[in-house]
Write a protein that binds this ligand. Structure first.
Ligand code: ATP
Length: 234
C-alpha cells in the first residue's frame, strides 16, 4: 500500500532522513520505534506532504506522492494525527469532527461515519457540545483520532498517541486503535513506548539517525536481547 524507497529529507544542512526505506501492506499495523530525534516524525510528515524529500520516492497505492499537496494526499486516503493532537480548542467536539469530513461530498455516508465515530468513542457523544479545549488529554486524543477517521482514510498515521496520557487511558486508546485496524484501516504508528508499539503492531522498523536500523515482525523484535536492552529497558 505504502512504499518509501531511499528517502532522504533535509532541514537546511541537517540530514533528518537518509536513504530510509520501508513498506506498509494493506491491513497491517506497522510501528516505527526509535530515540528522540531519530527521524520518526519527519518520516510521517514527509508521507503526508508536510515536508519534502530531497531524494528517494514515496509510493501510495503505486502513485508517487512526492509532488502531491498535503490536502490532496488526505483525499487520496491518508489521514495523519500529529503529535500533540492539534484539535481546535475553541470549537465544540462536533465542530472539530465536522472539519474532519470537510473535503467529502458523500454527505449521507458522512452522517453514517459520524454515527460510527460516536459508537467507537462514546465519550465524544456524551460531550459533543463541549468546547474541545476543556476535554481531558485522553479525550482530546480520542477527538483527534475520530476527526482523522472522518476523512475515511485507508491509511491512518498516528504520531505518539500515548504522549502525556495516564496508562489506563493509553490502554483504552490502544484498544480503539486495534478496533479501527480490525475494521479495515491500515495503520502506521510512531510510538515512544516501544513495548506498546511492538505489542500492537504486526511489523516494526527501528529507526536510528534517519535510517532503518532493524526491521522485522514485532514478536521477533520483542524477543531480541539487543532490542530489549536498547528500547525496552532491559
Ligand atoms: P521525536 O520523538 O523527538 O519527535 P523523531 O524521531 O520524531 O523524534 P524528528 O522530529 O523527525 O525525530 O527529527 C529528526 C531530526 O531532524 C532531528 O535531528 C531533529 O532535531 C531535526 N529536525 C526536526 N524538525 C526540524 C525542523 N523543523 N528544523 C530543523 N531540524 C529539525
Amino acid at each position: 500500500m505504502l512504499k518509501l524507497e531511499n528517502l532522504s529529507v533535509h532541514y537546511g544542512a541537517i540530514e533528518a532522513l537518509k536513504n530510509l526505506s520501508l513498506e506498509v501492506h494493506k491491513g497491517e499495523i506497522v510501528s516505527l520505534i526509535g530515540a528522540n530525534g531519530a527521524g520518526k516524525t519527519t518520516t510521517l510528515r514527509t508521507i503526508s506532504g508536510l515536508e519534502r524529500k530531497t531524494s528517494g520516492s514515496i509510493l501510495f497505492q503505486g502513485e508517487d506522492l512526492s509532488k502531491v499537496s498535503s490536502s490532496a494526499i488526505v483525499k487520496k486516503g491518508i489521514s495523519h494525527i500529529p503529535e500533540g493532537r492539534r484539535i481546535f480548542p475553541k470549537m465544540s467536539v462536533e465542530e472539530n469532527l465536522e472539519l474532519g469530513a470537510i473535503t467529502r461530498k458523500d454527505k449521507a455516508q458522512v452522517q453514517k461515519d459520524f454515527e460510527k465515530a460516536y459508537l467507537l468513542f462514546p465519550r465524544l457523544l456524551e460531550r459533543k457540545h463541549q468546547i474541545a479545549g476543556t476535554l481531558s488529554g485522553g479525550e482530546q486524543q480520542m477527538l483527534a483520532i475520530a476527526r482523522g477517521l472522518l476523512s475515511k482514510p485507508q491509511l491512518l498515521i498516528l504520531d505518539e498517541p500515548s504522549m502525556g496520557l495516564a496508562p489506563i487511558i493509553v490502554h483504552e486508546i490502544f484498544e480503539i486503535i486495534k478496533n479501527i485496524n480490525e475494521e479495515g484501516t491500515t495503520i502506521l504508528l510512531v510510538e515512544q513506548n516501544a513495548n506498546l508499539a511492538l505489542k500492537i503492531s504486526k511489523r516494526s522498523y527501528i529507526i536510528k539517525t534517519g535510517t532503518v536500523e532493524t526491521e522485522g515482525f514485532s514478536k521477533d523484535l520483542l524477543a531480541m536481547d539487543e532490542i530489549r536492552k536498547a528500547y525496552l529497558g532491559g
